[in-house]
Ligand binder design. Structure first.
Ligand SMILES: Nc1ncnc2c1ncn2[C@@H]1O[C@H](COP(=O)(O)OP(=O)(O)OP(=O)(O)O)[C@@H](O)[C@H]1O
Length: 241
């Protein structure tokens, strides 16, 4: 995987002291992290560790939160999801959010283009051959892998500068997982950042530059990919995965 060029701390996504609650229950506790332009960074942890809540909080979808979220130097902490999307954050939710009654192309064209680096449809279809073949097919007829491709492609078409991916490989066949890995590497080589929630530790180590381990709503380890790979067995055991 290509190493992104060294970035200043104001480049990309900066999260500082983020906490989040469901009612009285605090599920994120003082989380800080950084994802530079073109970097692929994972959030790894057991079920219930707070990974999805962290992505939702970064996107502004989780209301009950405090702390700071900045992107390319712009403070988004008080902004809602639409403003955050316009600032370059691209949310790919875990249920993929594909509209069943719309065709592939209608799904792709639905969200507004917000960034200068938006992928035109031709580029989407060049990179995602399966979507080109199925452009007129309704969302209901897509396989899980095709839905995941569509969800990622739709966010790239908006011109997002960081993809927030929630378990993109879950339940998918190895050949599709491999394709998603290739897409992540292409996107990253293009300078787009990726923050990836991933339970598949093996896959995570093939695409990511760095990893944050989350346990009970806290960052308990921050590892480069070399150390992550060296400690994979120990981490799998520790994570109960
Ligand atoms: N809607 C909700 N209401 C109350 N508590 C919730 C809600 N959603 C999540 N939680 C709790 O918040 C904590 C963090 O959940 P979250 O889904 O962020 O974890 P996760 O690491 O993404 O796990 P998973 O992989 O199982 O989704 C868990 O203890 C979970 O039970």
């Amino acid at each position: 995987m290509t190493e992104p060029k060294a970035a200043s701390l104001d480049d990309g996504l900066v999260v500082e002291g983020l906490s989040a609650w469901y009612g009285e229950a605090r599920v994120l506790n003082d989380v800080s992290l950084h994802v530079g332009a073109g970097e692929v960074v994972t959030l790894v942890g057991r079920n219930g560790a707070g990974k999805t809540t962290l992505l939702r909080s970064v996107m502004g979808l989780h209301k009950h939160q405090e702390g700071a979220v900045r992107f390319d130097g712009t403070d988004l902490s008080k902004q809602g999801p639409h403003r955050r999307a316009r600032a370059g954050l691209g949310w790919v939710q875990d249920d993929r959010g594909v509209y069943a009654t719309l065709t592939v192309e209608e799904n792709l064209l639905l969200p507004p283009v917000t960034g200068a680096d938006a992928w035109p449809l031709e580029r989407i279809y060049d990179s995602f051959g399966v979507l080109a073949d199925r452009r007129a097919a309704p969302g209901t007829t897509l396989s899980g892998g095709e839905q995941q491709m569509l969800a990622i492609a739709r966010v790239l078409r908006t011109g997002a500068r960081i993809l927030l991916l929630d378990e993109p490989t879950e339940g998918l066949a190895p050949v599709i997982v491999q394709r998603i890995g290739e897409i992540i590497r292409t996107v990253s080589a293009d300078g787009v950042a990726v923050l990836l929630v991933e339970q598949n530790v093996r896959f995570a180590s093939t695409v990511a530059h760095r990893h944050y381990l989350l346990a009970q709503g806290r960052v308990v380890e921050h590892l480069g990919n070399t150390e992550f790979k060296e400690r994979r067995e120990e981490l799998l055991e520790h994570l109960g995965m």
